[in-house]
Ligand binder design. Structure first.
Ligand code: BGC
Length: 860
């Protein structure tokens, strides 16, 4: 019997504090008869005891426009959906509570409580804030609307109000300050209550950025904004007045910085500070600032919170000659250690972190200024502690000063990142390729800590636009990345210059990096929203980002020289081409202006397509005309003589993948030249950030699947699998972040956890396994397995907006067998290696055919 599941309003899974007053509604249908899809649907909304039901014709079930009157601030509603499938109505879905956030600035009346107005530029301590208050009766409902300038945790009567870590995360606070809404009903009681907060610098005023970084980027103070609202048995909602109740005192962290780490002295945490009845007469009255200064920038968070997602026990524990205890967690991760320690008062345990070992020591040089050392000083009672105001990228840790022997469970690694839904999986018969895929999954996890970053460990951790520009399709397959990306894109738009300039990382910091926009980086403003449309059918993101997308392409028009190609601008080019000298990673085999011009064509074409989706034919024509103009310039300058690109694999791959060829014959010629270059290069990687994500596609789509497989199978450096053979558990920034002799690349920029070069997994999903979207949101799919490379089987699964799509193929002898599973609402075309094709509807299907290009011998 069909059923409606996975009901959402907006992008987050919960709807407490719905980010939009008219959130878009999505659901999935499971257990439908084969070939069936939704014929019509009903949405039912209960509000104020009234029930409103709206009928929807047709099969729409993804990001449907809110068909009711918009939510009012704080309004509580309950949504349910049912669908008619194969002539029968499903039961109503599980109801979803959808509650309005605070949509008007005037809804905020609480003050910003400033714990520390300014402090010297060095790693600074945390602060405690408490507000004691009395409630005449236990509330029937209570909400805490919470954010901070700094990073904070909050509790009511000693119990945490949420399990969020590093709240409120990082946005361009000058433009956007996100808050979350917590249901705190069960934490309050009649009589005395206390609200407690620990607050530290975080991104707001801590040291962030490279080359020395910056202090006080968003302000010299730290503060919290907490509006507590209680509803009594009389049904009336009141804001609890806390202004006079707030008291502040220095916190137990004697220093806390995102890069530096945290030093916690448990002796400084007064017993009972966070519950009612505590004597806070010696505490200071903090400064209160009017919320009006902030209110216009406040917005409910559209992405999921950052949480501890899992804990890992060490796989190896070893006492070092000097007495330190070294732990290997077997996995490079973003997070902190959680320790259980019993030591005399005043005893300090120090925790060191590193991604790799070198010469038998923690390899901390790649961390640059990110010291990444935490310490815990005991109050003399057994304690479990993990830092609250910092985060590290590490696989190894060393404990200094551990009291006695380490018992099982005394130390675990808490893995921290945005709590996204897992949506994509890949497996195949080659364990090295599987490990490569797993490494990409980990690098995504480690770098989706509230915003998409380049790396989680050194003094950087910035929202580099180029990295997510190339990685977005992989991200959208692997996880529910929409919330993180949509939130970050708002900052991209907010920080765009009046001439459409897009910073190279967002939020942008003036910390010494050239401020000129660069192709492939700034193009994130176009490519990321487009990818969200392509992969999730998210039309709303195109509507919202349209001004930002077009401003970027209009900006590109300013960079076009007299020859109609990009000229003279600051360009990062095919960044980190292995042939580029270490001191100039942008000096790649492929001309950086060819890369920039190709991206100008690409982004203009995508904006033209977005215009078509949004019903803007004049804009479509205008942006297509711009693309045509730059393409004509590119032809005159580079493409009329394709042989001139023979030694520039990225250039050739761009011709194939960015539709730069005049016709199919020219495209094929570019593919053939690329194949030759790849062979002459011994199937080792010869591309950087721009070429690497597309080279396998360029080869496979021009009949050189064998070359793509040979590149993938390569284990000599530079290659995707070289790091895997070196024991990598994440994707490295450089192909040779670790040299074959086990030493760390001497370059100043050597991370072991960058997802960008892992963008190739999208090829594993779409081409190797053969699961590709053929219409936005996987409404239609192209199932086209590509056996080869000695693989005997491969499979991919993806939780699309309509449900799980699964593809699995196996080669036995000359025969290929293929299993396909499509959810209700999805149709597909299956194309077998022998060229036969067949249309398929939802349900399970099995095919058999000649394995075609499949080869039994392995390429290694
Ligand atoms: C970052 C990269 C980034 C690059 C561009 C590096 O420091 O880690 O991933 O895209 O700079 O300049």
């Amino acid at each position: 019997m069909s059923a409606v599941v996975g009901l959402r309003a907006g992008l987050r899974s919960d709807c407490l504090g719905a980010p939009l007053a008219a959130p878009r509604v999505s659901w999935r249908i499971v257990d439908a008869p084969a070939g069936a899809s939704q014929e019509e649907a009903e949405l039912r909304l209960e509000r104020e005891g009234e029930v409103d039901t709206v009928a929807l014709d047709g099969s729409g079930q993804n990001l449907i426009d809110w068909p009711f009157a918009p939510l009012r601030s704080r309004e509580r509603t309950v949504l349910a959906v049912r669908a008619r499938v194969a002539g029968e109505w499903t039961a109503w879905s599980e109801p979803l509570a959808v509650e309005g956030a605070l949509y008007e600035a005037e809804a905020w009346t609480a003050s910003l409580v400033v714990a520390s107005a300014s402090a010297p530029h060095r790693t600074r301590p945390s602060w405690l804030l408490r507000a004691a208050f009395t409630l005449a009766e236990a509330p029937v409902r209570a909400r805490l609307y919470a954010t901070a300038q700094g990073v904070f945790t909050a509790s009511l009567n000693g119990a945490a109000v949420s399990d969020e870590v590093l709240a409120p995360g990082w946005t361009s606070y000058d433009h956007r300050v996100r808050y979350r809404v917590h249901d705190v009903t069960d934490l309050l009681r009649e009589g005395g209550n206390a609200l407690g907060v620990e607050l530290a610098d975080g991104w707001f005023r801590g040291n962030i950025g490279f080359d020395g970084g910056l202090w006080d980027v968003y302000g010299a103070h730290v503060g919290v904004l907490l509006q507590l609202e209680v509803t009594g048995p009389d049904g009336v909602t009141r804001i609890v007045p806390l202004d006079d109740a707030w008291r502040a005192a220095p916190g137990p962290a004697t220093s806390a910085g995102l890069y530096e780490g945290e030093a916690h002295d448990a002796r400084l945490l007064p017993a009972g500070w966070d519950v009612a009845g505590f004597d806070d007469s010696a505490w200071d009255r903090p400064e209160l600032r009017p919320v009006a200064d902030l209110a216009a920038r406040l917005e409910p968070a559209i992405n999921e919170p950052v949480r501890v997602i899992e804990t890992l026990a060490p796989v190896a524990v070893e006492v070092q000659p000097g007495g330190r205890i070294r732990l290997d967690f077997g996995q490079n991760l973003s997070g902190v250690l959680r320790i259980r320690v019993d030591a005399p008062a005043g005893h300090t345990v120090t925790l060191h972190h590193a991604e790799v070992l070198e010469d038998g020591q923690l390899g901390t040089r790649p961390l640059r200024r990110a010291v990444s050392v935490d310490s815990f000083t005991s109050a003399g009672t057994p304690a479990t502690w993990q830092p609250r105001h910092t985060i590290h990228g590490f696989r190894y840790a060393e404990l200094e000063g551990w009291p006695g022997a380490l018992a099982d469970g005394d130390v675990v690694a808490a893995v921290i990142h945005t709590d996204m839904e897992r949506r994509g999986w890949f497996a195949c018969s080659d364990p090295l390729l599987e490990r490569l895929h797993e490494n990409v999954v980990w690098s995504m996890r480690d770098n989706f800590v509230d915003l998409p970053t380049d790396c989680p460990q050194r003094d950087e951790r910035l929202g580099w636009t180029g990295d997510i520009q190339v990685f977005a399709p992989a991200a959208e397959f692997l996880y529910g990345a929409d919330g993180v990306l949509a939130s970050w894109l708002r900052d991209v738009a907010a920080q765009q210059g009046p001439d459409g300039w897009v910073p190279n990382f967002v939020p942008w910091l003036e910390c010494g990096f050239p401020s000129g926009a660069s192709a492939a980086w700034g193009d994130a403003a176009v490519v990321v929203p487009w990818t969200m449309w392509e992969r999730r059918g998210n039309r709303g993101i195109l509507e919202r980002q349209w001004p930002s997308m077009t401003a970027w392409v209009d900006h590109l028009a300013l960079r076009i020289g007299p020859d109609d190609v990009v000229a003279g601008s600051m360009e990062l080019g095919d960044w980190l081409d292995p042939a580029a000298p270490p001191e100039d990673p942008g000096a790649a085999r492929t001309d950086r202006y060819l890369v920039a011009s190709a991206y100008a064509v690409r982004s203009a074409r995508l904006v033209a397509r977005a215009a078509a989706v949004l019903g803007r034919p004049a804009d479509r024509d205008r942006y297509d005309a711009f693309a045509d103009r730059v393409l004509a310039g590119m032809r005159r300058r580079w493409l009329d003589d394709l042989d001139g690109l023979a030694h520039a694999p990225t250039g050739l791959a761009l011709v194939v993948e960015f539709e730069l060829a005049r016709d199919e014959a020219e495209r094929q010629r570019a593919g053939d030249l690329l194949s030759t270059a790849v062979r002459e290069g011994g199937h080792r990687v010869q591309t950087g950030f721009v070429g690497t994500p597309i080279i396998c596609d360029a080869l496979a789509s021009t009949g050189h699947l064998d070359d793509a497989y040979a590149l993938l199978a390569q284990t000599e450096c530079p290659s995707w699998l070289y790091p895997v053979t070196m024991g990598a558990t994440t994707i490295w920034e450089r192909w040779d972040s670790m040299l074959p002799d086990g030493s760390i690349n001497p370059g100043d920029m050597t991370s072991f956890n960058h997802y960008a070069l892992g963008a190739v997994v999208d090829f594993l999903h779409r081409v190797v396994a053969g699961l590709a979207p053929a219409a936005p949101g996987y409404r239609e799919v192209a199932i086209r397995p590509s056996p080869g490379g000695g693989l005997t089987w491969a499979s991919a699964r993806h939780l699309s907006p309509y449900g799980e799509i699964a593809v699995a193929w196996r080669v036995v002898g000359d025969e290929l067998s293929l299993d396909v599973e499509l959810p209700a609402g999805v149709t597909g075309t299956v194309i077998l290696p022998d060229g036969t094709s067949e249309a398929v509807a939802s349900g399970s299907h099995t095919f058999r055919g000649a394995a075609g290009a499949a080869r039994e011998e392995t390429l290694r």
